[in-house]
Design a binder for this molecule. Sequence first.
Ligand SMILES: NC(=O)c1ccc[n+]([C@@H]2O[C@H](COP(=O)([O-])OP(=O)(O)OC[C@H]3O[C@@H](n4cnc5c(N)ncnc54)[C@H](O)[C@@H]3O)[C@@H](O)[C@H]2O)c1
Length: 296
Amino acid sequence: MARSLTDQVVVITGGARGIGAATAAALVRAGARVVVADLDADLAKQTAATLTRESPLPAGEFDIRATAYGLDVTDRAAFTALLDQVEAEIGPIDVLVNNAGIMPIALIEDEPDRTTAAQLAVNLHAVIHGSREAVRRMKRRGSGHVVNVASAAGRIPVPAGATYCATKFGVIGFSEALRLELRDTGVDVSCVMPAIVRTELAAGLKDSKGVKPVTAEQVAEAIVGALRSPRFDVYVPKSVGPAVRVGALLPRRVGEWLSRGLGGERLFLDALDSADRRDYEARAADSAPGAEETRG
Ligand SMILES: NC(=O)c1ccc[n+]([C@@H]2O[C@H](COP(=O)([O-])OP(=O)(O)OC[C@H]3O[C@@H](n4cnc5c(N)ncnc54)[C@H](O)[C@@H]3O)[C@@H](O)[C@H]2O)c1
């Protein structure tokens, strides 16, 4: 039987825009109480306010469906403190969606070390930290669900995204091991692997023959589906799953030839220095202030 999401407490990192905001909206519609946690605290407030306005609850019940918190996931102490605060003010966390992520693209020789460090901090270390803190809370209660947003680029390598791929391959490997650690504990793990999603992060990426871009809402629906009927592999679109499985069986050169033919290899290369990415790249460059402080 599908699980009910009514009144489930869900924390979504990077929930102010893009996939995170669409997931927050889908979960509010499903009856969950959603915490939108984002580096951009003002936008998080706007997103949460819109969701609450659009989905008022009957009088006498919780009058707030979505709450906003400013959070830099690379500030690990602040991340832990936020989870504590949510549990104290809203209730035990049922679901953590580790969604915050950045995708600066560059050839590796042109990538500054601070950009490398920022991707590792936001896309990988924060996912590990958030998962650990969620598991500490959920395992003793014998229930909960950790959803880690990786990427198809965590299965299929993309030139000009070597560090990004490293972080997403890392998230998948981490989540696979975590799933085994949590067997029979009542805590589920899902790994979301979208291809191209039309959000600011994917600005300037052209359509490729191989994969049809999807919307943030389609990813959100897939996440809601995985929460209702828990499964680990959440590919969006679903066709990425079989493509990955077949690709893994092919000799390396044949797989690379196919990826080249389908346009996958040019995806990031053709967007390097694209004017359409300028605003996004500037935002991504400022996305790991906590990591900066730790190193400084
Ligand atoms: N858009 C795509 O094509 C695509 C494809 C596959 C996977 N993904 C993954 O999906 C996730 C969401 O991406 P999106 O496309 O919605 O991107 P987005 O840029 O639209 O939204 C990401 C959100 O994360 C927030 N964020 C960034 N750094 C943060 C930090 N340090 N602390 C807290 N919040 C932070 C941003 O403020 C932003 O609101 C990412 O992990 C991304 O790698 C995206």
